[in-house]
Design a binder for this molecule. Structure first.
Ligand code: DGL
Length: 277
């Protein structure tokens, strides 16, 4: 497919679950004329404790599903899947522009006054080379504090954005950081922006929070511009939502997190391929 054939084709957005919706809303705001295909791998969420090899295989199946839907670009709206599979997928699908996430250590290192930055992300993200390279390149002059927030992704998937358990998980992660002087917190997992109100309550003005979604949206626009792939459409684009989990549950989650009512469709994993139910 040449670039000009694909201008009005959709862009695939992928996460292990509903975390990528925090990126999707920034994408929809910045690029309102584009069509989007969102996929949340809710049959396999959370990815955070899976091996990088297993995540790479899942990400490959998702990419093939997107290619069958003729996407013109793909956004891996998941730090964990980016850590495991971004480099691999770019090598395997050189024709497809793929934009991934990396923890926003660079802006955090620029903005911190205390020299202490906290990063909240999954264990797999911390294990990947992408994170190591970001820290190596941008965090030479600051102290990095890491927390994996066990159980938090599941809390967010279950819609428990400010329950006592969610607040306890966050407190256990953030309070030791604040005690050591952290004044900047990086959301290194795309699920976590949905608990920013809870984080703000706990940090009570002691730390700023960095949600990378707007910067990722700008990066997607730059890539589309560079490839002459921006949709020429002036009317609003469409988004189609898919889950490997329960479609009605995803519909309710979209309503809770994005405030919109829209259908979602179920897909099933058959061996390593995703098929419409
Ligand atoms: N939303 C994810 C991320 O950005 C993954 C969470 C998970 O599945 O563990 O890392």
């Amino acid at each position: 497919m040449s670039a000009s054939d694909s201008l009005s084709n959709p862009i695939g957005v992928y996460d292990s679950g509903i975390g990528g919706l925090s990126v999707l809303r920034a994408l929809q705001d910045l690029l309102p004329g584009e069509d989007w295909v969102y996929f949340g791998d809710q049959a396999r969420v959370p990815y955070g404790n899976r091996s990088l090899e297993e995540i790479r295989q899942l990400a490959d199946g998702v990419t093939q599903f997107f290619l069958n839907r003729k996407v013109k670009a793909m956004v891996i709206a998941c730090n964990t899947a980016s850590a495991a599979a971004l480099k691999y997928l770019r090598g395997r699908y050189p024709e497809l522009p793929i934009i991934g996430m990396e923890p926003a250590v660079k802006p955090a290192a620029e903005q911190t006054r205390s020299g202490h930055v906290g990063v909240l992300a999954t264990p797999s993200t911390f294990q990947g080379d992408l994170y190591a390279s970001v820290v190596e390149r941008f965090a030479q002059d600051v102290a990095i504090h890491q927390a994996t927030c066990p159980g938090l992704v599941a809390q967010i998937e279950n819609g428990h954005l400010k329950t006592p358990k969610t607040l306890r998980i966050l407190r256990e992660a953030i309070e030791p950081m604040l005690a050591e002087g952290v004044d900047t917190l990086v959301m290194g997992c795309t699920h976590f922006p949905f608990v920013i109100p809870a984080i703000t309550q706990i940090s009570a003005g002691r730390a700023r929070v960095i949600d990378p979604a707007p910067a990722i949206a700008r990066q997607v626009r730059r890539v589309l511009e560079k490839n002459d792939q921006l949709s020429p459409r002036t009317s609003a684009g469409q988004t189609t939502y898919f889950t490997s989990g329960d479609a009605l549950r995803m519909q309710r989650q979209i309503q809770q997190l994005l405030g919109i009512q829209t259908p979602a469709r179920a897909l099933r994993w058959h061996a390593e391929a995703l098929e419409v139910e």
